[in-house]
Write a protein that binds this ligand. Structure first.
Ligand code: NAP
Length: 523
């Protein structure tokens, strides 16, 4: 029998009483560990975090909490090798792809540790300036932000077991709010190991960080008025969370990061073979293949002027053809596996669904796997689809509506030099996490960015002058907002200090200037 991972709740490590769910290696098919949350006393665990963890965290200042995050960063860095081994085994990712998750998570935690330092020795924040309430300036209103006195429950997706934890935990803990994380079952091992390392190092106060691996049953029921829940995952599960009585009746604050049909836009006037064109091709191929396309920010729709359809198809296909696929333990492999067989099946089904309205320009199903048995390994090759012409882009509704969570994207031509048509097609994604725009005319790039800003959490612009500096379409930087309107879930995460808002309550204090002056030491 494989090892049964412990949960950490109520300040103690406890194993579930059930047989557990087995986590497997998606390349070799071997069994790794089991997770189970049967029999945990959730009410007691949530109360412990809320009361003990919250109280201890709130007693510290932002600066002190930032120092705790910095100490956690050191612990995680010291154990990086173990995390890479777990990622290889459980997520089937090559080293570079594991880094996006592991080092991306540690980097984000470190960024918030530094922000804590800048916030100083304070326990709450001022929000804006004080405002007069009448003619006489003596009586004024000042908004304050104080940490919510509840727990932050994180329900996370399988594709980022490390980054998904730390990008949420960093702003929560810095705000003074205790965290309970429920990782997606398929990849819970890495999250569990990271939490275990930080907990066992004794850095955080008791109750500040807890983990429940296994079933989500009953978690939402625990949430009370001042708790918050941050969910990342599919639109279907998001709907379940949103309609739970904790949200509809107890006003538990909720943040949703759901699926997204992201786009890349090549502006008119870019010649094939030019630097801007090559940057576009390189970024699209990279985004399709990083983490085997299992990134919520990955490019799914590629918009090009109709006249460049063939040139773009050839250039992107040529790059994809160079992607070696298979066992991530082999140094020559560039793209590893999907997380499990269920995802492989879902990707294959999604492809068939899209193929009813698009043709195959580069066929990933023909790829020869390196060091992996195609009958066992969940390793699809990258597939580029295309809708042929601008009329096809209008009529192929499935490509605008469907997120295939794997190395799959569709080339979508727009009419002539008609940027408006391209923007209209992009908006058919109904709200996305990110779009990237390629070209070399700053005015045209800026104009397109503003046109797309309201329907995207992030607009990433790649022009030749920033070729070596740009941080990548799909990379989520802690300084920038992560989240998107509409079908992307309507959530907002990161964005520097903005992330702390979710974990604070805003309140207006109306008082004499003498009283409000007492608040001024706060930031
Ligand atoms: P999922 O099936 O919705 O699962 C997400 C999480 O919800 C898992 O922890 C899951 O637990 C839990 N869950 C399932 N049913 C639940 C319920 N009834 N109540 C409470 N929790 C429940 O999504 P996924 O397949 O893991 O993730 C893939 C999706 O996430 C993709 O669509 C992707 O676009 C999206 N995603 C979005 C972002 C973003 O930032 N916007 C980032 C990454 C992924 P179990 O694993 O135990 O079932």
């Amino acid at each position: 029998m494989t090892e049964l991972l412990s949960n950490y709740l109520n300040g103690t490590w406890q194993t579930g009483t059930g047989a557990g769910t087995v986590l497997t290696d998606p390349v070799l098919g071997t069994e790794l560990v089991r997770v189970d949350a049967t029999g945990l006393d959730l009410a007691e665990g949530f109360a412990f975090a809320r009361e003990q963890g919250g109280k201890a965290l709130r007693a510290l200042t932002y600066k002190q909490r930032g120092a705790l995050l910095a100490a956690a960063v050191k612990v995680l860095q010291a154990n990086r090798d173990a995390y890479y081994e777990i990622a290889t085994a459980n997520s089937g990712t090559v080293k570079n792809d594991s880094a996006v998750d592991i080092d991306g998570g540690i980097f984000t935690l470190g960024t918030y540790a530094k922000m804590g330092d800048t916030l100083g020795d304070k326990h709450f924040m001022l929000d804006g300036e004080s405002a007069r309430l009448g003619k006489d300036p003596l009586f004024q209103s000042q908004h304050v932000l104080t940490p919510t006195r509840g727990v932050a429950l994180f329900i996370n997706a399988f594709n980022f077991p490390s980054w998904g934890l730390w990008e949420k935990a960093a702003p929560a803990l810095l705000s003074g709010v205790p965290v309970i994380v429920k990782p997606a079952t398929a990849t819970a091992w890495l999250t569990q190991r990271m939490v275990k390392d930080v907990v066992d190092a004794g850095i955080l106060p008791a109750g500040a960080l807890s983990i429940i691996c296994g079933s989500s049953a009953g978690l939402m029921d625990q949430l009370q008025q001042f708790d918050v829940v941050s969910f990342t995952g599919s639109a279907d599960t998001a709907a379940v969370i949103r309609s739970h009585p904790a949200v509809t009746q107890r006003s538990v604050r909720v943040n949703i990061e759901a699926d997204s049909v992201n786009s890349a836009l090549l502006l008119p006037g870019v010649a094939p073979g030019s630097e801007a064109f090559d940057l576009f091709v390189k970024e699209v191929a990279r985004e399709m293949t990083v983490k085997s396309g299992q990134k919520c920010t990955a490019i799914r729709r590629i918009l090009v002027p109709e006249a460049l359809y063939d040139a773009a198809a050839a250039a992107i296909s040529a790059r994809l053809a160079k992607t070696t696929v298979g066992n991530p333990r082999n140094e020559s492999v560039r793209m590893g596996a999907l997380v499990n067989r269920a995802q492989l099946v879902a990707v294959r089904e999604g492809l068939e669904y899209l193929k009813a309205q698009a043709s195959v320009l580069h066929d990933g199903s023909k790829v020869a796997l390196v060091d992996a048995d195609a009958a066992i390994a969940c390793c699809p090759g990258p597939t580029l689809l295309g809708v042929g012409n601008a009329a096809g882009s209008d009529s192929a509704d499935r490509i605008h509506d469907t997120e295939v969570f794997g190395p799959v994207a569709t080339l979508v031509p727009y009419r002539g030099d008609n940027t408006d048509h391209a923007l209209q097609l992009i908006r058919r994604g109904q709200g996305s996490l990110v779009t990237s725009i390629y070209g070399s005319d700053p005015q045209a790039l800026a104009q397109a960015a503003i046109e797309l800003a309201d329907s995207h959490g992030r607009v990433h612009i790649i022009s030749p002058d920033v070729a070596a500096l740009q941080t990548g379409h799909g990379n989520v930087m802690p300084q920038s907002l992560h989240g998107g309107p509409g079908r992307a879930g309507g959530g907002e995460e990161l964005g520097g200090l903005r992330a702390l808002n979710f974990y604070h309550r805003r309140s207006a204090v109306q008082a004499s200037t003498a009283v409000l002056d007492q608040l001024s030491p706060a930031v």
